[in-house]
Design a protein around this ligand. Structure first.
Ligand SMILES: Nc1ncnc2c1ncn2[C@@H]1O[C@H](COP(=O)(O)OP(=O)(O)OP(=O)(O)O)[C@@H](O)[C@H]1O
Length: 712
């Protein structure tokens, strides 16, 4: 009796609840829909928002680091974390400089088109349902009318898709151009910036963080731009789609079912996210390894002749094979991870979620939803087809949000590479270098020297006052160097190999930092360097002589081709104009000219620019002595002061001063009396030759003594 009473009361309660629920269902539906929209936006934001970085994540700047690898050789973790968002927002300011920029405009156009496409898809879903319903109801007029609508909708649909593609690619190019311009401006700097620039030199010589800047500037920036342009449509569009499709779906099947489906989908999505391999780190690693392989190949191309003469093919092949093996090993690992992840991804997204969806579509067929009318067969079919299409589109959009996590981690990989390049260049411009130092540089007096910075003052003369000469890895070649050269006083610099002769020029040219003392020198534009292997640029024969001037700059200086011809006659190279096909002949001059010819062209360049000072680093080693004399004489006549490193005694007579290193950190700076020095050198050589005879003479003397003793 009591039992029946209780079950009756329960029944009443349920009936009252269902009544209240039916009355308030429209409001409940609205609340559920709004919560759903908030949930999609919130969960996407949460998924993409920062997770704390691992403790050592930002230490991609440690000593001796190569690109993004850390000291243990392992790549640092690249994740979609706070560090990634910091880096990305910094780069975004470069690629989208303002709300009125071209890029911002493209994004607005892209957004409008994305919304338009979603609206079209919603219309197509309901049209699909109506077409099938008219088939089931056997209404031919209705059917053909709907087919006509279907064909008409194809026009804006295809137009929108092409435009979306077009604008996304335009955005890629625009981002790439902005980033490339920014990087090149910092990498090559403008001439006005003087020695603070020259980042391209310092990046490879004074810093260890980046080994292949070329790969980063060309490949990584391009990949970053493409990923950034794609991520917007891969993320914004699906989020919008999921909300709109699901709203529409909830109108048809009820928000309750949709919420149930979402709970199921989200729990499996969490599992999928948990299983996602660290694709961002793999991307950064791939870029680094392929950069390394390309670098090894380009070294072989650059030093092909040297390798050929040394018969170094086997060693080079081993090096290339080693680099290639690392690339392949990594690509295989990536392929394996992608394979099994692809299986899990498809099983969950396509099949599991697909079956959840079919169940959802069946709700209005099997369950009569409060507030809806009972439909006939055609109506049920129409509802099913429309819902199925909406659901497919919605699950496709949701899948794309899921995929976008993968895209986002790949973007994180490229962001890490691009921001490493930008950060390193910024540090270099601020005089901050990171390089593996020699042991002595980290302790005691040497460490003290490295902490200081010297003063550079512009002046007519060249004067060093207590300036230490320090290599980029902290090796101190000379503790304190002082000398003074006035215009017109040619200086000869001599000393054993590796003692720091060329390093002095690097300080003069502003390539190496001044760690102490005072350097007085004219502006860098007053110097020209002629190294032993002069640089020949891409371009015409004329460009080789006037480099780095352009033809217009040459004309502005009032110099004509005939003047260049006269300059070439000084170095006896005038025949090259006809031989190589005229001033406008363009070729790889590095291969077209011999070593001596290259040195002569560099001398012609010196005469064309006619600077105050010329730095000659073994610049006449490949030309005959009489030619060398003529070139020195002509430079002196033009008023160029020469700073010469050479082992040739024939050059002594041209110089007034000598800076002689002893190779153990000491040096002598004095006037050079070439005649006296030559006489001393001659006497020294005669004595050395005589001394070489001594052991022979001693042996012969011993022999003679024995013979004499025996004959007694
Ligand atoms: N970019 C660099 N990074 C680290 N060390 C360097 C760098 N460039 C040169 N050095 C080191 O600086 C030292 C001096 O080099 P430098 O070129 O001044 O010698 P040099 O006296 O001109 O010798 P040589 O007569 O053989 O040309 C060498 O030990 C060299 O290894």
């Amino acid at each position: 009796m009591a039992m029946t009473l209780r079950s009756q009361r329960l029944g009443d309660l349920l009936a009252r609840f269902s009544g209240t629920y039916s009355t308030h269902r429209p409001l409940i539906q609205r609340i559920l829909n709004a919560s759903f929209a908030l949930y999609v936006v919130g969960s996407t934001y949460h998924g993409l928002s920062s997770r704390p970085s691992a403790p050592n994540k930002d230490k991609g700047k440690g000593k001796g680091k190569k690109d993004v690898a850390d000291q243990s050789g392992k790549p640092p973790k690249v994740a979609v974390d706070a560090l990634f968002y910091r880096r990305l927002s910094h780069i975004l300011k470069i690629v989208i400089p303002g709300l009125t920029s071209k890029e911002a405009l493209l994004i607005v156009m892209h957004t409008c088109l994305l919304v338009f496409r979603t609206a079209l898809s919603l219309y197509v879903a309901s049209l699909d349902g109506t077409i099938v319903a008219s088939l089931v109801r056997a209404q031919p007029r209705q059917f053909f009318l709907n087919i006509l609508r279907w064909m008409l909708i194809a026009v804006p649909a295809t137009w929108t898709n092409s435009w979306l593609n077009f604008i996304q690619n335009k955005l890629t190019i625009a981002y790439r151009t902005r980033l490339t311009n920014e990087v090149l401006a910092q990498y090559l700097g403008s001439e006005a910036e003087g020695p603070e620039g020259k980042v391209y030199y310092k990046l490879s010589n004074l810093d260890d963080r980046i080994v292949n800047a070329d790969q980063m500037i060309t490949n990584d920036i391009q990949k970053f731009s493409a990923h950034l342009a794609a991520i917007y449509s891969n993320l914004a569009k699906p989020v919008l789609d999921v909300i709109l499709y699901n709203y529409q779906l909830s109108q048809n099947v009820g928000a309750e079912g949709l919420i149930g489906l979402t709970i199921l989908v989200q729990s499996t999505a969490a599992l999928l996210r948990y299983l996602t391999p660290p694709f961002g780190m793999y991307t950064a690693m791939s870029a680094q390894l392929s950069g390394s392989l390309r670098h090894t190949h380009s070294r072989l191309v650059e030093f092909a002749e040297e390798v050929a003469f040394m018969r170094g093919e086997e060693t080079e092949k081993l090096l290339l094979e080693r680099e290639y093996a690392s690339v392949v090993k990594h690509e295989n690992l990536l392929l394996n991870r992608r394979w099994w992840f692809g299986c899990i991804e498809e099983a969950i997204i396509k099949w599991l979620w697909g079956s959840f969806g079919l169940v959802l579509c069946a709700i209005p067929v099997f369950i009569k939803l409060p507030g809806t009318l009972t439909a006939d067969l055609g109506g049920r079919t129409e509802g099913f087809i429309t819902n199925r299409r909406l659901l497919l589109s919605s699950s496709d959009a949701f899948g794309r949000i899921m995929y976008s996590y993968k895209d986002l981690s790949e973007l994180a990989g490229y962001t890490a590479r691009v921001s490493l390049l930008l950060d390193t260049m910024r540090d270099i411009r601020n005089g901050k270098f990171e390089k593996a130092l020699v042991n002595s540089a980290t302790t005691g007096e040497n460490a003290e020297i490295l902490k200081n910075r010297g003063e550079v003052i512009e002046s007519e003369d060249i004067q060093f006052e207590n300036v230490p000469i320090v290599t980029p890895n902290g090796d101190i070649l000379v503790k304190s160097l002082s000398f003074h050269v006035k215009p017109g006083q040619h200086l000869l610099i001599v000393g054993p190999n590796g003692c720091g002769k060329s390093s002095l020029f690097r300080i003069l040219g502003g390539l190496w930092p001044v760690y102490g003392g005072v350097v007085r020198k004219p502006a860098a534009s007053e110097f020209i360097l002629i190294p032993q292997r002069p640089y020949l640029c891409l371009g015409t024969l004329r460009d080789q002589i006037i480099y780095p001037h352009s033809k217009a700059e040459m004309a502005a200086r009032g110099i004509r081709d005939a003047d260049l011809f006269d300059i070439l006659s000084v170095v006896q190279m005038d025949n090259v104009v006809e031989r190589e096909g005229g001033w406008d002949a363009a070729k790889e001059w590095r291969d077209a000219l011999s070593g001596g010819d290259k040195q002569k062209i560099a001398w012609a360049r010196l005469f064309y620019h006619n600077p105050k000072y010329a730095i000659l680093d073994e610049a006449t080693s490949l030309v005959p002595q009489e030619m060398e004399g003529m070139m020195m004489q002509h430079a002196t006549r033009l008023g160029i002061t020469l700073l010469t490193v050479s082992h040739r005694p024939s050059l002594w007579k041209w110089h007034a001063l000598i800076l002689q290193y002893n190779g153990t950190g000491g040096y002598v700076f004095t006037k050079l009396d070439a005649e006296k020095r030559l006489a001393l050198q001659e006497e020294k050589q005669t004595l050395e030759t005589k001394l070489l005879e001594v052991p022979k003479m001693t042996a012969r003397l011993a022999e003679l003594r024995e013979l004499v003793a025996r004959s007694k």
